[in-house]
Write a protein that binds this ligand. Structure first.
Ligand SMILES: [Zn+2]
Length: 61
C-alpha cells in the first residue's frame, strides 16, 4: 500500500514522509477504513476529531 496514515491524526498521507496536517512523521502502513471529510463541521468529522478536510483512516495500527 503506497499510502500511509498519520498515527497522530489518522490523515492519509500519499507520497510524503510527513503529515500535512500535524507535521508528524510517524506514519503507518497498517491502517484500515477510509473516510473522506469535506466539511469539518459535519457530525462524522466532529466524532473523529478532524478539523481539516481530506481523507482519513478509520483505524491506524
Ligand atoms: Zn497527522
Amino acid at each position: 500500500m503506497a499510502e500511509k496514515a498519520c498515527k497522530n491524526c489518522n490523515r492519509i498521507v500519499d507520497g510524503a514522509d510527513e503529515c500535512p496536517v500535524c507535521k508528524n512523521n510517524d506514519l503507518s502502513n497498517s491502517w484500515s477504513g477510509l473516510v473522506v471529510i469535506y466539511d469539518p463541521e459535519s457530525e462524522i468529522a466532529e466524532k473523529l476529531g478532524i478539523q481539516t478536510p481530506g481523507r482519513y483512516a478509520i483505524r491506524v495500527k
